[in-house]
Design a protein around this ligand. Structure first.
Ligand code: GLN
Length: 191
């Protein structure tokens, strides 16, 4: 099994460390040619969604990645990655891949609470540590007729993790904590 990690900007190295720890093969996506090889899953890391979106277009990687996601490639998107997947961004006029029918709010926790750590229930896993860094949250899921959303986690009533089909979007950074279970669950979807 081989997992691709978008590596144009942001916290991709920590995801790669997790994959190494879990014994999964990986490829870094740095340029369009990297998309030619076969892979079984994709990780979209945290970072700055505006910068990642711009680089993806400049590097001609945007359309091919979007196509793969639409065709059902399993995706784990964290923080800025969640923003890239979202169909709507309430406080930003951009939309990126738009494959995940949710409405997110960027930098949703304000300045003082911009970064924080907590531990909450994650469906199917149990309590997991959650590190939020200038994170978005999911304001609402956008109903669609053909498939269902699964809300995976909430913090203070706000949705911070969701699964829709093969896409998992989380507002926090599971790659920054010792706990490997979210990555393990994702690898289970890819194999
Ligand atoms: N604030 C960033 C954005 O809007 C996301 C932060 C992160 O990925 N840690 O893209």
């Amino acid at each position: 099994m081989k997992i691709a990690v978008l590596a144009v900007q942001g916290a991709f190295a920590e995801h790669i460390d997790k994959l190494k720890k879990l014994g999964a093969d990986f490829v870094e996506l740095r340029q369009a040619a990297d998309l030619d090889q076969d892979f079984d899953g994709l990780i979209l890391p945290g970072g700055e969604s505006t910068v990642q979106g711009k680089l993806l277009r400049e590097l001609s990687m945007f359309a091919p990645i979007q196509e793969k996601i639409k065709r059902g490639l399993p995706v784990l998107a964290t923080c800025a990655g969640l923003i890239l997947l979202a169909q709507e961004i309430s406080n930003d006029s951009n939309v990126y891949f738009g494959t995940l029918p949710v409405r997110v709010q960027r930098n949703a926790y304000g300045r003082q609470l911009g970064s924080f750590h907590t531990e909450q229930e994650f469906v199917g896993i149990g309590r997991v540590p959650m590190t939020f860094i200038r994170a978005p949250y999911i304001e609402s899921v956008i109903p669609v007729r053909f498939d269902e959303h699964h809300v995976l986690a909430r913090v203070d009533g706000r949705i911070v993790a969701v699964r829709f089909g093969n896409q998992i979007g989380v507002a926090f950074h599971p790659e920054l904590d010792e706990d490997d279970r979210i990555h393990e669950m994702f690898l289970g979807m890819c194999g």
